[in-house]
Design a protein around this ligand. Structure first.
Ligand SMILES: NC(=O)c1ccc[n+]([C@@H]2O[C@H](COP(=O)([O-])OP(=O)(O)OC[C@H]3O[C@@H](n4cnc5c(N)ncnc54)[C@H](OP(=O)(O)O)[C@@H]3O)[C@@H](O)[C@H]2O)c1
Length: 393
């Protein structure tokens, strides 16, 4: 189907959907028209005329004039149903939904292979940061050794407010929601699941591996308290939620999402508020850093716009690294330096292979030292709400 002139069927008119509508109005040189918008809530007051909307997805999916579906809804299961039906009906798809993409990586590959149609999802990983097409195109030959990043704007915003303005977790989260950074269900953000979805997708495009989602060790930011922030302040560290993946000598991939202390020498130290940053390391180009807004209406819409533009020249992800089979599997057999803080009554020492520092006061204790990720994965500390786990710089 010719996509030189894009006729969009848009699903969702929330933060990003409305953002895209505004961005397209501001780019008149780009030939893309929104033909119809499908939304869910019949009672909501809309900022544009009701003739633009439908509540029936088939008004869009069965419209032969529409050649591209832009899926910007907050329901991953329905988003996948829409994506599958759109592809089967011969329409290209652009999505910002990391949960939908990550939950269905294998199926999305098969749908694209059998139909020859593209599903693009640049906005799903770090919104405005152009990472996926860079991983697919720029890093397709240079041997990538690691990719780490602050990939969730909401948690970075919350952590910035908690440490910089001494706000408590609840207040910082409320401000993030008011600004449209936090997902409608913030639990995905604060428990690290959103970052895990992004890392899951990034591992495919970085290393060509679809790893089991549940195997990516993930700790969110909900257990970080004033004591941890004070520890960070005393050492001149900041706390960031970092998603990390890198290759080992035996062609396995280590991947995890952990709150991490970063010092002023780290690229991540300067990445505050809703900004995201990604550091790639590769054999020949050494380190590259990409920084940008990882959430919000316009930054996210700008990545969607970039995907729409890519469709006009028939771009699709080739997943070359997946077809090369360079990596065998995900592994957690890796030691990291960590800080673990608990109530004074909890015994922490058993998980440490080496201890660097121990401290306790009347209420809390912490230990820093080396731990093995495999042991952390199966330890009770992971789910104990009173135990904070933070990787050392
Ligand atoms: N917000 C960000 O900064 C950001 C950044 C990167 C990626 N994303 C991703 O972008 C997507 C949209 O996020 P958002 O922040 O724009 O969400 P949002 O503000 O909560 O808006 C969601 C929209 O989806 C519509 N919707 C929900 N279920 C639907 C269904 N079954 N059929 C049709 N429409 C449906 C809602 O309709 P009603 O208007 O009728 O309620 C609403 O317009 C999500 O996948 C999110 O993960 C968001």
């Amino acid at each position: 189907m010719d996509r030189k002139h894009i006729k969009i069927g848009l699903f969702g008119f929330g933060v990003v959907g409305k953002g895209l509508y505004d961005v397209l109005k501001e780019t008149p040189g780009f030939k893309a028209d929104i033909e119809k918008i499908c939304v869910k809530d019949r009672d909501k007051i809309r900022p544009i005329g009701m003739e633009n909307f439908t509540f029936n997805k088939y008004d869009i999916l069965n419209n032969p004039e529409i050649n591209v579906i832009v899926e910007l809804i907050d329901d991953a299961e329905e988003a996948f149903r829409i994506t599958r039906e759109a592809i089967l009906k011969g329409k290209a798809v652009v999505s910002a939904n990391k949960k939908m993409v990550s939950d269905n990586l294998q199926e999305l590959l098969e749908l694209q292979d059998t139909s020859g149609l593209p599903v693009l999802y640049e906005a799903s990983c770090c919104a405005s940061i152009p990472i996926l097409r860079n991983l697919e195109e720029y890093y397709d030959n240079d041997l990538l050794t690691s990719l780490s990043g602050i990939v969730n704007g909401t948690t970075n915003f919350i952590l910035t407010k908690m440490s910089g303005e001494n706000l408590n977790f609840e207040t910082a989260l409320r401000i993030a929601q008011e600004k449209g950074f936090a997902e409608s269900n913030p639990s995905q953000d604060i428990h690290g699941t959103d970052a895990r979805h992004k890392l899951h997708i990034l591992i495919l495009h970085s290393f060509g591996l679809i790893v089991p989602f549940e195997d990516i060790l993930t700790v969110g930011i909900t257990k970080i308290n004033g004591f941890d922030l004070q520890y960070a302040q005393e050492k001149n560290y900041k706390i960031k939620l970092i998603a990390r993946s890198f290759k080992t000598g035996d062609n396995k991939i280590i991947a995890y999402v952990l709150p991490t202390f970063v010092n002023s020498g780290s690229f991540f130290y300067q990445t505050d508020n809703e900004f995201n940053s990604i550091v790639t390391e590769s054999a020949f180009s050494d380190k590259n850093v990409l920084v940008g807004k990882g959430a919000g209406a316009f930054p996210t819409a700008s990545a969607v716009l970039s995907d729409l533009s890519a469709l006009t020249y028939d771009y699709r992800y080739e997943y070359k690294k997946l077809r090369q089979h360079n990596f065998s599997s995900l592994s957690s057999d890796h030691e990291v330096k960590a800080y673990i803080r608990s109530q004074k009554s909890t015994d922490l020492s058993t998980i440490f292979r080496d201890i660097d520092e121990k401290y306790e006061n009347g209420k809390y204790r912490y230990i820093t030292g080396s731990i093995n990720l495999n042991e952390l994965k199966s330890s009770v500390y992971l789910t104990d709400p009173n135990v904070s786990i933070i990787a050392m710089p």
